[in-house]
Design a protein around this ligand. Structure first.
Ligand code: GLA
Length: 690
């Protein structure tokens, strides 16, 4: 809901439990007023007349108070907008009006032919912000930087910054540190979202998992990006974020051209980190994730089982074993196309390898369907091996700099998706592929960063960074529209492309190539700070772990760890014993039962992964599921009881596992005894309100 003051210069956006307010001065300075608990319009108006501190000449009262600081004039903070024409650099805008359409507020400004529109939309308690820039004048305008938004925090002492950092096979690890004066900058200059940081930050002063104020911001962009958190000289804090890492130029807007930034979403919660996560999850389920009400199937993926060494018969045999344990979607990973018998060849040639699949993918897809499962495949369309028919035909279709070497990573180059001929080629290949066989699922990978992002002959090659992402989105959108039954997974060597942008056009994400069930608990703890279990793919693989660390772990531990998200199986089922297969079947059956609660319920992180005992709880209506994992028991001490959350203290709950009836108040205040012991023990508890 948007409220507007009578003078039409103060605006208040309200969600169910929070408000956001801003004010335009007589000089057309757009000031931030409030972001936090619900307030009324009169409160916002009272804030609007509070005098600004008089700071001149070495500080300016605008710094740390503006909604969208532009470059130029009395401002020394990081500008959200930096533009230049042949004549001048910077912006001096005048306000030209506002509009409200539905729940979206638009504020319009003008500077010498450049129309600047700031967009605000409240969805639940999440504020979405973005900017559009329209060049309506005759001159070209270069956008050096056009961030989506600048967020301003209230005056508090002792801000703490939380972020999700990592690298390949170690993504989404949560870390927090006190914010000090100056700037903390995270981002990616790699062309994709990156494993190194999820585009998310949270700020608090004294919050715990379940209590206290938390501010969170997350960017919806799958290319290079930057979020800068600044503590200014007077201790005000602002968070600025958008597409692109540097100010080296985002786009050149010719007369009549426009730019729309990605959405930078933000929320305030007074329910601690858990409350903030639940608000993020509800927002994504309601507004971002396609068909979020439809639960994701249990999948099998062949990568860890068979690597590049695949054949139709061998995959059929795996499919029979997968079907027997209850798998619902069978995915053939890398190695089915072109000359792809290793990572040295084949990317770019998206037709089945004739030696491995002499009659195409249809026979395998049909046999998978006959087993009652859906059929999926792996692709990596944005990439090309120099050893491919595509490269031999079009060596100029890749990103490269004239006269410089073409850097190969994993023996591959990046296609220049900004080119229309490349876009058209990929559309034709993928559309034909999806039409050639009954394919229900596509795992879409991206296995290297940009290194030589050049485009010889193009007058403004810098546009490639933005246009690649736009072309990737457009291709996904077009394929989804043409093949509405096909679900997509976003993968980038594991979790290298996870953000709200890609999530709005894919059905789930590959969380990490690290399938060690213990490491996964920490990765999942970080991941769920922002994203819900509904998109978090998690496979049960072999023990000892083949991919990473050779760790031995019980099948029980591996299953319970993976059941916290979208369960998958990725072990070599051909090598699993009858007992293991039987046990796996039982876990899969149990998962199907708890799936609606896990995938659609409210998540409570009961205990973080550090400290040996880790547990998460999901609540949906009268149903509650608790997943508990014990890494190691020490000194024979009983593990602590798990204090549950989100229950009615006056109600009773029946535990399906033990048959015991528990009082809600007891579970909340004294806890559930999980009875785990030894090493790598784990358990699932299903509780129903009676
Ligand atoms: C990436 C993915 C893996 C697998 C391989 C195939 O690393 O993250 O899951 O698909 O590519 O080459």
């Amino acid at each position: 809901m948007v409220d507007i003051a009578e003078n039409e210069r103060t605006w208040l956006l309200s969600g169910p439990s929070s408000s956001y307010a801003l004010h335009l001065t007589e000089e057309d300075e757009l000031l931030h007023l409030h972001w936090g608990p619900s307030i009324a319009l009169v409160d916002a108006e009272a804030l609007a007349v509070r005098p600004l501190p008089g700071y001149w000449p070495f500080e300016t009262p605008l710094d740390g108070r503006e909604e969208y600081p532009v470059e130029g004039g009395p401002r020394f903070v990081r500008p959200a907008l930096s533009v230049r024409t042949e004549e001048r650099r910077g912006t001096e805008w005048t306000f030209t009006g506002h509009e409200v359409e539905g729940d979206e507020l638009r504020l319009r400004f003008w500077d010498a032919g450049l129309a600047i529109t700031l967009h605000y939309r409240m969805r639940g308690d999440v504020v979405e912000r973005w900017v559009t820039l329209d060049n309506e004048g005759p001159a070209r305008v270069e956008l050096l930087r056009a961030d989506a938004a600048t967020w301003t925090l209230p005056d508090r002492e002792g801000w703490r910054l939380s972020q999700l950092h990592g690298r390949w096979a170690a993504e989404s690890r949560l870390t927090s540190a006190p914010l000090t004066h100056g700037e903390k900058v995270i981002g990616s200059r790699r062309g994709h979202t990156g494993h190194q940081h999820l585009p998310w930050v949270a700020l608090d002063t004294d919050a715990t998992e379940e209590r206290g104020e938390v501010y969170g911001c997350a960017l919806g962009w799958s290319g290079s990006w930057r979020i800068a958190v600044a503590q200014l000289p007077d201790a005000r804090v602002q968070i600025t974020g958008g597409a692109g890492y540097d100010e080296s130029g985002l786009l050149m807007l010719e007369a009549g051209e426009s730019y729309t930034s990605p959405v930078f979403a933000g929320l305030w919660s007074d329910g601690g980190f858990g409350g903030a996560s639940r608000t993020w999850h509800a927002y994504q389920r309601a507004h971002i994730i396609p068909d979020a009400d439809r639960d994701r199937p249990v999948l099998f993926n062949s990568w860890e089982a068979t690597n590049f060494d695949i054949s139709e018969d061998q995959q059929s045999a795996l499919a029979r074993r997968a079907a027997a344990i209850g798998v619902e979607l069978f995915v053939v990973d890398d190695g089915w196309f072109g000359a792809r018998t290793s990572d040295r060849a084949g990317l770019g040639d998206w037709t089945p390898n004739p030696d491995r699949f002499p009659n195409g993918l249809k026979p395998l897809a049909d046999s998978v369907h006959a087993l009652g499962m859906q059929f999926g495949i792996w692709v990596e369309p944005e990439m090309i091996n120099p050893d491919s028919d595509l490269y031999r035909a079009h060596p100029d279709w890749v990103q490269y700099q004239s006269g410089r070497k073409r850097t190969e990573l994993r023996n591959q180059l990046v296609l220049n998706l900004a080119r229309e001929d490349v876009q058209e080629y990929l559309w034709e290949q993928l559309d034909a592929l999806l039409s050639s066989a009954p394919i229900d699922y596509v795992k879409w990978d991206f296995n290297r960063c940009f290194t030589d992002a050049g485009w010889p002959g193009e007058p403004y090659p810098q546009r490639l960074w933005v246009d690649h992402v736009r072309a990737f989105y457009a291709l996904l959108d077009r394929l989804r529209a043409a093949h509405p039954g096909v679900a997509f997974e976003s993968c980038s060597g594991g979790g290298g492309r996870i953000d709200l942008g890609v999530m709005s056009r894919t059905d789930q994400v590959w969380t990490s190539d690290n399938t060690d069930p213990l490491d996964r608990l920490a990765i999942q703890h970080g991941f769920t700070q922002i994203h819900p279990a509904r998109v978090m793919a998690a496979w049960v693989t072999d023990s000892p772990n083949t991919q990473l660390n050779g760790r031995f772990s019980s099948l029980r531990f591996r299953f319970v760890s993976s059941m916290a998200g979208v369960l998958g199986v990725g072990g070599d089922l051909a090598e699993w014993s009858e007992e293991e297969l039987t046990e796996a079947g039982e876990w899969v059956e149990l998962y199907k039962e708890i799936r609606p609660v896990v995938q659609r319920g409210e998540l409570y992180r009961l205990r973080p992964p550090e400290g040996g005992l880790s547990a998460v709880q999901y609540v949906l209506g009268d149903e509650t599921v608790v997943l508990a994992c014990l890494q190691a028991q020490s000194y024979g001490e009983p593990v602590p009881a798990l204090r549950l959350r989100g229950l009615d203290p006056t109600a009773s709950y029946e535990c399906r596992e033990t048959g015991e009836i528990h009082r809600g108040a007891v579970l909340l205040h004294h806890g559930l005894r999980a009875g785990l012991r030894g090493d790598f023990d784990a358990a699932v508890f299903r509780l129903r309100r009676i």
